[in-house]
Every structure is written in structure tokens, then in C-alpha cells.
Design a protein around this ligand. Structure first.
Ligand SMILES: [Zn+2]
Length: 495
């Protein structure tokens, strides 16, 4: 109720007031992320970055031993499940012993509910976040403020090469700060506390794209960050019209979705920059860093990552990620199946020398776009999914330009009111008069590899990153320029 009133008041405010409100909210985020324990952990991760593989391995063993004892003694879910399996904390002596403990799935988290929360944090402040992600499964997340600060310390140490906190940046990530009924620019708002401009994902119609592009031409952003699918809509427009920023960004940081090679090339050529694709999750289970040689490396001081073989793509191993984050203690996830897969180049050592398997690609975060009746591309639904009630999973299917079908896998308590709420949430956030039909289903459509896409588009000519990029590569309008050596980024979980 309060949120609806606050949103209504925000939407009725003039742009300058909305900028102030965004800045005030930004100030709260800054304090939450970068206050308290942040500096201490930033110093820790700067040191740990230089550790040898054996030192990192020792750190994992110590942390896992503490974590498993902590879970056994204070997390009711693990106490019960592990006792039933005949396990106790002493069964863990070294990192390979982790495999004795059962995996945790998203379904387990739903079923476990509050029994997944450690009793050690009773009475302490827990921050709640929602994550829908590319799999359309809304999941509440809880972290202590100290855990958030530790996470961001690791994140900034590893995932933001070449830029620093406080640099001017542009976010293309779907946080809707511009009311959908607004018909004139600016289609962005300013968070001056963080030196951030937030672009609207709800106004990407062809006739409005020139205002997005125009705003990037002369504004010297140090970096852009956001969803590849959102950035792609803007980059394509700029490439087709031969537009390049006067001051190219040092880096573009993409997150949450699969980034194709073609899309990366388009960004780097259009914006004369360097793209870094980042991987982490709201659950804080793994941090996978892209290195200067284009390979990826799981950060051993952040989480323990196991790779369950599934098959091969060419000569590379396809494996499912099973992750145990070393930071979370409030809601620990032991051997968590995050739902993503990676390709591993076996028997290969990356020239950068970082330890662990060399990951060449992350599979399974593909995202397509919804096309609205007024011709906009709406690329990402996770922020809508986060709003839904009593819904286990969500998938949008579009077969006609004026309508989407929202498939939901409901919880038993899902009611007709919840169903109306689903329809209203999608219609209001996407806008443009799109029709919404809600279908309750028992399971969602899957790709041959088992992955569930959050958006399936069956409209001829829909935005498919590969198709679009091939078109772009054939386009004579694109000028090919060398990519700069810039770098870095932020942005991802708990934004
Ligand atoms: Zn490397």
C-alpha cells in the first residue's frame, strides 16, 4: 500500500523532484553498500588477489569448515537434511569432502522458507531483496548489511577494471524511474549521489531512440552498465546512424544475460570501448571474472565452484555450476545449483595465470525482447517478476505484436486476485496497450538443453541477438574502429 502511494506521488512529481528522490535513494544505497565493513574487506580482497592457488585453497578449506559447522548448528534446514543423511560437521576435512553434502536447489529454498535462515542472525537486521533473473523464478534473498559490504568489496576489486567508485556512469538496467505515461524526454533520471544516470527501459520506441543516442553523444560517461539486450537496442540505433560518443566510455559492463560475440563486437565498435561481461548472482554464491584475455575465472576467495559435467560442445566441456558462497552466513547456500552452465577449456592455462579451470563461456542466460504494440522493445522481465505474489516461476510467450501470454507456475495459495495482479503488473510496466493473458501451468517450456527462457518470442523478425548482429555485420553503415583498452564496471545484484 505504502509502495503504491509512494509510486503514485513519485510519478506525479516534476522531473527535477524525481531526480532529487532518485538521489536520496541513491544515497541510501551508497551507505548500505560502501559503509561499515566495506573498506576493511576492500583491503582484504586487494591482498587476496595476489595469493597463490595453494593459499586460496587453504582459505577455502578454512572457510568451508567454519561454514559447514555454522550451518549444522544454526540453520534448521541443513541440520535436518544433513542429520537425515547421517552427516555431521566432522565429515568435512578438506575441500573435496564438500561433495559428501547434498546439493541445494531453488525448489529446496522455496520449500525450506524461513528454516533456511540462520538462528545466529535472529534479532539482527536482515535486508530483503527479490531476484527473478533470467529464469523467471522470484526468490526472496536475505543478507546482513555486513555481507552486502563484503560482497561489494570483492565485486569492485575483481569486476571493475579501470574505473573507480564515484566515476560518472550510465545504467541501462530496467529500474523504471521514468513514469510510463511520460511522452517527452528526458527518458532518464539522475542519481547524483552515485554520479549515475538511469535510463528508462519502458520508452524504447524507434522514434524515441534518437534522444537516448543524443544523450550519449556528448555526455562523458566513464562507463555504461546494464543488460546486453537493453544496450543492444541503443547500440544498434547508433551504429545504423553512424553515431559515436565524442568521449567514448572507458568500458561497458554487461550483466545478467548471455552476451554473444557479435553483440560484444557491435558495442566495442560503436562505442569505441572495451566490453567486460560479468557474472555473479543475488545469492552471492560465485563471482566469475572475465580477464584481459577474454577468459573467465571463478574467484576462489569468494566461493567454491564445482563443475558437474553434462557433455561437450566441440572439444570443450559443458558443465553445470554448483556453487557455495563463502560470504553469506544469514542464508547460506551449500552446493547451490544456480541454474547456469559453463564451457570449460580443458588442459589449457590462461596466459593471465589466474588459478582454476578456464571458463570460455557462460550458457543459459539468453534473453529475448517483448515487442510492444507501439513498436518498442522491452528486453527484460525480472523486475516485473519480482513484484508478483504466490508465483513460483514465470515465462512470457509472445506470438502476436499486441499480446503476450504470461505463463505462471503458481503456489497453492495463488488466487484470482493474484492472477489479476500478474496481468496488471505486466500491462502497466510494459505499457503501450499490450494485452496480457495469464496461463497457470505446471511446468514451463524448455530449450533442448533444459534451460527455461524468461521470454520466448515467436513474432517474425523479433529481436534475436544473433540475427540482429548478423544484419549489423552486413550493414555498410557501420564504421569499423579499433577497440580501446578501457575497462570496468559494477552493477548486478542487489542494485
Ligand atoms: Zn585469464
Amino acid at each position: 500500500m505504502y509502495d503504491r502511494v509512494a509510486t503514485a506521488v513519485y510519478n506525479l512529481s516534476p522531473v527535477w523532484v524525481q531526480n532529487i528522490l532518485c538521489t536520496l535513494a541513491g544515497r541510501r544505497y551508497l551507505a548500505r553498500r560502501y559503509g561499515g565493513e566495506f573498506s576493511r574487506w576492500a583491503a582484504f580482497y586487494a591482498r587476496a588477489r595476489l595469493w597463490s592457488e595453494s593459499r586460496l585453497y587453504d582459505y577455502q578449506r578454512e572457510q568451508l569448515a567454519q561454514l559447514i559447522r555454522h550451518c549444522f548448528e544454526t540453520v534448521p534446514y541443513y541440520t535436518k537434511v544433513w542429520k537425515q543423511a547421517g552427516l555431521c560437521p566432522d565429515d568435512f576435512r578438506d575441500v573435496p569432502d564438500l561433495a559428501k553434502f547434498p546439493c541445494t536447489t531453488k525448489e529446496d529454498l522455496f520449500a525450506a522458507s524461513d528454516s533456511m535462515i540462520s538462528t545466529s542472525v535472529a534479532g539482527h537486521k536482515l535486508l530483503k531483496f527479490m531476484t527473478g533473473g533470467s529464469t523467471g523464478m522470484p526468490l526472496p534473498l536475505y543478507h546482513t548489511p555486513a555481507e552486502i559490504q563484503q560482497h561489494f568489496a570483492a565485486f569492485w576489486d575483481r569486476m571493475r577494471p579501470g574505473v573507480k567508485l564515484g566515476d560518472r556512469y550510465a545504467t541501462f538496467q530496467g529500474k523504471e524511474v521514468v513514469p510510463s505515461q511520460q511522452k517527452r524526454p528526458p527518458y532518464w533520471r539522475e542519481n547524483r549521489a552515485a554520479n549515475q544516470r538511469l535510463y528508462s527501459m519502458g520508452h524504447l520506441s524507434p522514434e524515441k531512440l534518437h534522444t537516448y543516442a543524443g544523450s550519449l553523444l556528448n555526455e562523458p560517461f566513464v562507463y555504461y552498465q546494464g543488460y546486453a539486450s537493453f544496450l543492444l537496442v541503443v547500440a544498434e540505433f547508433m551504429a545504423e546512424n553512424g553515431l559515436t560518443p565524442a568521449t567514448p566510455p572507458e568500458a561497458v559492463f554487461t550483466t545478467s544475460e548471455q552476451l554473444t560475440a557479435e553483440t560484444r563486437k557491435l558495442f566495442e565498435e560503436t562505442w569505441r570501448t572495451k566490453v567486460w561481461d560479468e557474472y555473479c548472482q543475488g545469492e552471492h554464491c560465485a563471482l566469475i571474472q572475465e580477464c584481459e584475455h577474454g577468459n573467465r575465472h571463478a574467484q576462489m576467495d569468494y566461493g567454491v565452484v564445482e563443475y558437474e559435467p553434462i557433455g561437450f560442445e566441440g572439444d570443450q566441456l559443458l558443465a553445470e555450476l554448483i556453487c557455495t558462497g563463502l560470504i553469506p552466513r544469514a542464508v547460506p547456500r551449500i552446493r547451490y545449483r544456480v541454474g547456469d552452465r559453463v564451457l570449460i577449456k580443458r588442459g589449457f592455462e590462461c596466459p593471465c595465470g589466474r588459478p582454476g579451470p578456464v571458463i570460455t563461456a557462460i550458457r543459459g542466460r539468453t534473453s529475448e525482447c517483448i515487442i510492444t504494440p507501439d513498436g518498442r522493445k522491452y528486453p527484460h522481465i525480472s523486475l516485473i517478476v519480482d513484484l508478483l505474489r504466490n508465483v513460483r516461476r514465470t515465462q512470457v510467450v509472445q506470438e502476436r505484436p499486441d499480446e503476450i501470454i504470461v505463463r505462471v507456475v503458481p503456489f497453492p495459495q495463488f488466487t484470482a486476485t493474484d492472477e489479476e495482479h500478474v496481468a496488471r503488473s505486466f500491462a502497466e510496466r510494459i505499457g503501450g496497450g499490450i494485452g496480457v493473458t495469464v496461463q497457470c501451468v505446471t511446468d514451463l517450456e524448455r530449450l533442448p538443453n533444459g534451460k527455461v527462457l524468461s521470454i520466448i518470442s515467436r513474432i517474425p523478425g523479433h529481436l534475436d541477438p544473433n540475427r540482429q548482429s548478423r544484419q549489423v555485420n552486413e550493414s555498410p553503415k557501420i564504421s569499423v574502429q579499433s577497440a580501446s583498452d578501457g575497462s570496468s564496471a559494477d552493477g548486478h545484484t542487489a542494485r
